[in-house]
Design a protein around this ligand. Structure first.
Ligand code: NAD
Length: 322
């Protein structure tokens, strides 16, 4: 039986990945800095460990005896968090650095790094009518300040760990992942969960006015969690060693996302636009030419299907906390 380490296993994507790896027959060690009570999912028959993977000793212990490492641990959140916490975001470099060092010394055979579409150069994302981003668009580099620079640096470190030490590293550039069992309140949540929460609260309270960050014309694509987990494992098990987009190519504006969720909820809402709120880049989509070539696959869960499941879960959380 192979053993996998999921770093950041108490988080959104990590929790789903642990479940999937158990289904694949892996023995799993899941490590996160948060107290166990705050993990989104705690699975049985898993070695669940609370420790700070920014520390080298914790990484050495975490990588001991494992065959495969998935590094999903990072201090991160939606635009509201990353635009106001650049130093904290950059400190995640300690996690990937120490985990790479530990993985090499422990003779780990495969290593996945969760990178992000935030590595892409800002100048290529100024128009809502976007040209989808190809992997080569990360250079010349001008990523998201703080968070994106850390991701770009860590991608390169993974690359050099292969070139210099033969550690089989893979970097997946996730584009906005969403789904149940993730952050939906508290300031780190991303647009799909935040909009679901606001619309669930509007439905329950009868006050159908909701605030929307920016003018709502900014565009994005959003990938459902099941596609994210599938793409992550498929990339790790491929022989492709360059960073690869893992994202949906279904583009929508934030206003469009609000309309979609309101329709799912069965209400109409009135939007109040907060033009001073963080908005990130103007437009971003994933060019999936390369992932189709490499994996013969691309994320394909429709936004409607994924948001129906996500809204239903967020609605239950809102009800439970009222
Ligand atoms: P998340 O915040 O739910 O999960 C990250 C987990 O890492 C958290 O549970 C956190 O407690 C843990 N962590 C932070 N610092 C740690 C430390 N020092 N030691 C141990 N654990 C630590 O976020 P997520 O959405 O599951 O994201 C997982 C990974 O994917 C992250 O690297 C993130 O940057 C990347 N990513 C996510 C998205 C997205 O849309 N969710 C998009 C692009 C990239």
């Amino acid at each position: 039986m192979k053993k996998a380490l999921v770093a950041g296993g108490g988080g959104f994507i990590g929790g789903h990945l642990v479940e999937s790896l158990l289904g694949d027959g892996f023995e799993v060690r899941s490590v996160d800095i948060k107290p166990l009570a705050e993990w989104y999912q705690v699975h049985d028959h898993v070695e669940n460990i609370v420790s700070d993977l920014g520390e080298k000793e914790a990484c050495i212990a975490a990588a001991d005896g494992v065959d495969v490492v998935y590094n999903l641990a990072a201090d991160m959140g939606g635009m509201g968090f990353i635009e106001n916490n650049r130093a904290l975001c950059m400190l995640s470099v300690l996690i990937n650095t120490h985990l790479l060092m530990a993985a090499k010394d422990a003779d780990v055979s495969q290593y996945f790094y969760a990178s992000s579409a935030c590595v892409y150069a800002a100048g290529k994302q100024t128009d809502p009518n976007v040209t989808a981003l190809k992997e080569a668009d990360a250079y010349p580099a001008m990523p998201e300040d703080g968070y994106g620079w850390e991701k770009l640096f860590s991608e390169r470190m993974c690359r050099h760990y292969y070139e210099d030490f033969g550690l089989e590293t893979r970097s997946g550039r996730y584009h906005n992942v969403y789904g149940p069992n993730g952050t939906w309140t508290g300031g780190r949540e991303k647009a799909p969960a935040a909009i679901s929460r606001k619309i669930a609260e509007a439905k329950l309270s009868g006050n159908h006015t909701i605030d929307v960050w920016g003018d709502g014309l900014q565009t994005r694509s959003f990938m459902y969690i099941d596609d994210c987990v599938y793409g992550t494992k498929a990339l790790l098990n491929s022989d492709f060693r360059e960073p690869l987009n893992i994202g949906s190519a279904e583009l929508i504006s934030i206003n469009g996302l609000v309309d979609l969720v309101a329709e799912i909820a069965g209400i109409t809402v009135e939007r109040v636009h907060d033009l001073s709120a963080p908005q990130g880049v103007r437009g971003r989509n994933s060019d999936n030419t390369l992932i189709n070539d490499v994996l013969g696959w691309e994320p394909s869960t429709t936004l409607r299907d994924g948001m129906e499941r996500t809204y239903a879960w967020v609605y239950d959380q809102v009800v439970a906390t009222r």
